[in-house]
Design a protein around this ligand. Structure first.
Ligand code: B1M
Length: 207
């Protein structure tokens, strides 16, 4: 069975079919990142393209997101760490005003799989929520996700507050509109383009 069944099922908003197709790929021994990148993530990129072209609207984006999440749930157990030693603590959330959480969830899932203790504060998280969680859990890294150009400035606010209060947490930013240049401008400790890179970066930052 080809990976295109996963891709097509997301675009058909068919949760059951996504689960079935992802399970089939897993059982056939297909590489997890192949299922993720070429199946699920590519399909969401296509959803974004269709939205930009006015062929899809918000309800279609929501249904596709739901289907993608069903697929991610199947993959999650296959991303788990093989030892119990914690590699560090990260607090992760989508910044204030941002309801997108699939990329953030993926980063969280892969970090958990790599052995980090992950505190996921969800979506639309304001500066105070990030800082309270970081303080409460003794975070090593504060991870911020933004999918909208309009919510990116919230990242800068969080980083400034961490610096102002001399809290010393490392900071990571990511999400489709975020760039290395933007990360440098706002003084983030690091930027990563995708979830796999985010894990590598977190490992570097906690060294
Ligand atoms: Co929205 N949306 N959306 N949306 N949505 C985008 C982002 C958009 C690009 C679509 C488009 O126009 N082509 C556009 C943003 C334009 C812009 O600002 N530049 C957009 C818009 C406009 C909107 C609304 C304003 C639409 C409206 O209401 N008129 C609205 C805003 C709501 C809000 O947040 N306030 C909105 C709503 C929604 C839904 C709720 C319907 C739904 C989200 C459901 C959910 O997340 N639970 C949705 C969706 C699904 C999308 C698209 C189609 C897909 C996003 C996605 O999940 N991608 C998206 C188009 C697109 O991105 N192609 C779009 C898959 C995911 C795995 O990728 O999140 O990029 P991504 O994560 C990647 C990397 O970016 C990175 O790793 C991940 C995996 O490799 N990464 C990090 C992410 N966070 C990271 C953090 C890190 C490191 C890496 O370190 C901390």
């Amino acid at each position: 069975m080809s990976i295109s069944k996963v891709y097509d099922a997301v675009l058909e908003f068919d949760d059951e079919l996504v689960i079935e197709a992802v399970e089939e790929e897993v059982n056939n021994g297909t590489n997890i990142s192949n299922i993720l990148n070429n199946g699920l993530i590519n399909a969401m990129d296509e959803v974004g393209r269709l939205f930009s072209e006015g062929e899809f609207f918000v309800p279609e984006m929501l249904m596709a997101a739901h289907a993608m999440k069903a697929g991610l749930d199947v993959l999650k157990p296959h991303m788990s760490a093989d030892d119990n030693e914690s590699k560090g603590t990260v607090v992760i959330g989508s910044v204030k005003g941002d309801m997108h959480d699939i990329g953030k969830n993926l980063v969280a899932m892969m970090m958990e799989g790599a052995g980090f203790k992950v505190i996921d504060i969800g979506i639309d998280a304001d500066t105070e929520t990030f800082l309270n969680a970081a303080k409460e859990h003794g975070a090593d890294v504060v991870c911020m996700s933004a999918l909208l150009t309009t919510t990116m400035p919230a990242m800068s606010e969080i980083i400034n507050k961490i610096k102002e209060e001399k809290l010393g947490y490392k900071t990571m930013v990511g999400g489709a509109p975020v760039t290395q240049k933007f990360a440098n401008q706002i003084g983030a400790s690091g930027y990563s383009e995708d979830a796999a890179e985010a894990v590598e970066l977190a490992r570097e930052l906690v060294k």
